[in-house]
Design a protein. Structure first.
Length: 227
C-alpha cells in the first residue's frame, strides 16, 4: 500500500510539473528521476526516517495529502480557497484542499497568516511541489536547503525539502524569521526573496496582491447575514 501511495504521489508530481511547464527550471528532470530512477532510493529512505518526513509520501506528522482531512472538506472557507486556487493555477482541487489545510496548520504553529503562506506559494512556485530554481531553491515555498539545514534536519533531512508538508512548514518558519529580521512585513518579504535592497519592493507587492485577491474572494464566498 505504501509503495502504491508513493507511486501515486510521484505521478501527481510529474503531472503538476507539466501543468506548470516553465515555472521550474529542473522540475521535469526531478519528476523523471522520481518516476524512473529514484524509486529504490526513496523506498530505502522511507525505511530510515520517520514516515512523517519520508520523501515521496507527502506526509507531515501523520497527515497525508492523499487523504482529505475533515477540516479541509467541512470548512467552507478552506473549500472556497481550494476551488479558487485549483482553477487559477490549474492544479487538482484534491491537492489544493490539502495545501490549504497545510498552510493553516503551519500558520497556527508559527503565527504566520495562512493566506500569506498561500500567497508566497503562489508567487514562488504556482503550487508546483517539485519546482526548483537555478540557484537551488526548491519546492512549494522555494526553500534553499543549504541555508536551512537545521530546520530540514528536524523534519527528516535535506531530501525532505520536496515533501510538500515539510516544505510548507519550513517555509513558514523562514518567512516568520525574515519578517522579524526585516522589521516588518514588506521588508520581511523582500528578505525572504533575497531582494532586501530592492526599494521598489516588487516581490512583496506581488505577494500582497495575491493575498488581497484571496481576501476578496473569501469575502464574496461568505454568506451575508440577514439584516
Amino acid at each position: 500500500m505504501d509503495n502504491l501511495k508513493q507511486f501515486v504521489v510521484r505521478t501527481y508530481a510529474f503531472t503538476t510539473a507539466f501543468l506548470h511547464n516553465g515555472l521550474a527550471v529542473f522540475g521535469a528532470v526531478a519528476a523523471i528521476a522520481l518516476l524512473m530512477g529514484a524509486r529504490p532510493a526513496v523506498d530505502q529512505t522511507a525505511q530510515s526516517v520517520p514516515a512523517s518526513a519520508a520523501v515521496g509520501t507527502i506526509r507531515h506528522e501523520g497527515i497525508s495529502l492523499l487523504v482529505p482531512t475533515a477540516a479541509n472538506t467541512e470548512n467552507p472557507e478552506y473549500r472556497a480557497l481550494a476551488v479558487y486556487l485549483a482553477r487559477r493555477y490549474k492544479v487538482a482541487q484534491e491537492a489544493t484542499e490539502q495545501l490549504v489545510g497545510a498552510a493553516h496548520e503551519a500558520g497556527n504553529r508559527t503565527g504566520v497568516d495562512p493566506l500569506l503562506i498561500l500567497s508566497v506559494m503562489a508567487v514562488e512556485s504556482s503550487f508546483n511541489p517539485i519546482a526548483e530554481s537555478v540557484v537551488g531553491a526548491k519546492g512549494l515555498m522555494q526553500v534553499m536547503p543549504r541555508y536551512h539545514l537545521d530546520k530540514l534536519n528536524a523534519l527528516g533531512g535535506e531530501d525532505a525539502v520536496f515533501d510538500p508538508m515539510t516544505n510548507i512548514m519550513v517555509g513558514a518558519r523562514i518567512l516568520k524569521d525574515a519578517v522579524r529580521r526585516g522589521g516588518g512585513l514588506m521588508p520581511g518579504l523582500q528578505l525572504y526573496n533575497g531582494a532586501f535592497d530592492d526599494d521598489s519592493q516588487r516581490y512583496a507587492q506581488k505577494v500582497m496582491a495575491v493575498k488581497e485577491r484571496l481576501q476578496q474572494m473569501l469575502k464574496r464566498a461568505r454568506p451575508r447575514t440577514a439584516a
